[in-house]
Write a protein that binds this ligand. Structure first.
Ligand code: EPS
Length: 385
């Protein structure tokens, strides 16, 4: 079994727990880097009140000793500060407080109704607590470990937001590092920070009218060698795993690699990336976003994801009370107007996990020394091919 992780935790429960298994021993772990990744996820204009309560930090419970992995499963805890306000409402035992009403008005677009039917829960809080994107804090912590592994191999991951609702930009550079640098200057990780004022006004307006907004982010991995993933079986294709990992992020409804849907409109010669050789193979373009035949091809891996607007609306849509069956307006919960900036950081984490998974699948190493020897040997082999 290769690299894998599990998460647990409710949005207003005590704590979020993740277990990451399969990282090689002797990987240097920089806790400040991990906590900075968690901080990056908390940002972005348009977030709700919750992010003012939380200051997510990772408490490493196992698998790391004196700053290095030891090969055993890594347990990561991120405490919910908001738990203080929810202790009696989310208690594992005892009785529900009498004045705390069940959540019975499912929000269209959220997991509420279907989850209630599936798990036979008449208090839909039992659904929304886990389906909440609060869970993505765990993914970012796990992704930070994966990023540290990739950094040791000189593989880096960047992201930036390319549209919020209807607002997009024509200023997207070829160089993902430049785009990411620009995004870090923006209040919403937008690739063109000169649009910040326009975006803030747009988000404020959506908030005033009880609306929410989605958007599109791009996540890019550079220096991934060719030949990671495989065409020989459907479930070995790295592009399939990338699509699954990104689509699994809450509220994501579309994933593209490279030109994606645009490639379907073009003639063949305007899509394929021509091959050149200059002390090694290179491509004249990267329309296919760094994958061919379910394998990486050495070009940057470029993934785009479309996030739908947050389903919790302060001006709610029609719904039905699941007890009385009366038509009414959906329930409201504290929420974000848009979480596209946060989603881009979660996208980095998920891409980091998938690439780390496939690299460990190919090089199968128990410790970093072994991994680096095998990896460098492969890089030299690729150069000589
Ligand atoms: C989130 C925490 C949540 C929400 C958001 C993501 O906190 P709360 O529910 O207490 O406001 O802000 O989750 C949702 C948008 C959702 O629909 O559940 C976080 O940590 O990112």
């Amino acid at each position: 079994m290769g690299l894998r992780f599990l998460t647990s935790g409710e949005s207003h429960g005590q704590t979020l727990i993740s277990i990451l298994e399969g990282l090689p021993a002797n990987l240097d772990i920089d806790i400040d880097f991990i906590n900075n990744e968690l901080r990056r996820r908390q940002g972005g204009y348009g977030r709700g009140g919750r992010m003012k309560i939380e200051q997510d930090t990772a408490n490493i419970l196992s698998g790391v000793r004196f700053g290095k992995t030891i090969g055993s499963p890594i347990a990561i805890e991120i405490k919910n500060k908001d738990w203080e306000n929810w202790q009696n409402k989310m208690a594992p035992f005892g009785e529900k407080p009498e004045d705390f009403k069940d959540f019975t008005k499912p929000r269209p677009g959220h997991a509420d109704l279907v989850g209630g039917i599936k798990y036979n829960q008449k208090d839909l809080r039992n659904i929304l607590e886990r389906s909440s994107a609060r869970e993505t804090a765990s993914r970012v912590a796990v992704g930070a470990f994966c990023k540290l592994l990739l950094k040791a191999l000189n593989i880096h991951i960047y992201s930036y937001v390319v549209s919020v609702g209807e607002i997009s930009t024509s200023i997207i550079h070829e160089d993902p590092i430049l785009n990411a640098e620009q995004a870090e200057k923006s209040v919403i990780r937008f690739v063109d920070p000169s649009k910040d004022n326009e975006l803030m006004e747009y988000i404020d307006k959506a908030k005033e009218s009880g609306e929410s907004l989605g958007g599109i982010f791009e996540v890019v991995a550079i220096n991934v060698p060719p030949g990671i993933g495989s065409y020989i079986q459907w479930d070995k294709r790295i592009d399939g795993d990338i699509a699954k990992a990104i689509m699994s992020i809450q509220a994501i409804k579309g994933v593209e690699i490279g030109l994606g849907f645009e490639s379907a409109k073009r003639i063949g010669s305007k899509v394929m990336d021509e091959i050149g050789y200059d002390n090694g193979y290179f491509r004249y373009s990267n329309n296919l976003g760094g994958t061919e035949g379910g394998m990486t091809n050495g070009m940057p891996i470029v993934v785009r994801a479309a996030m739908k607007p947050i389903p919790t609306l302060m001006n709610p849509l029609r719904s039905v009370d699941i007890i009385s069956k009366d038509p009414l307006k959906a329930g409201k919960e504290r929420s974000d107007v848009t979480a596209i900036a946060a989603a881009s950081i979660v996208g980095e984490a998920m891409l980091a996990f998938v690439i780390a998974y496939h690299i460990l699948e190919k090089f199968s190493a128990d410790n970093m020394e072994e991994l680096i020897i095998r990896y460098n040997e492969y890089i030299n082999y690729v150069r000589s091919f």
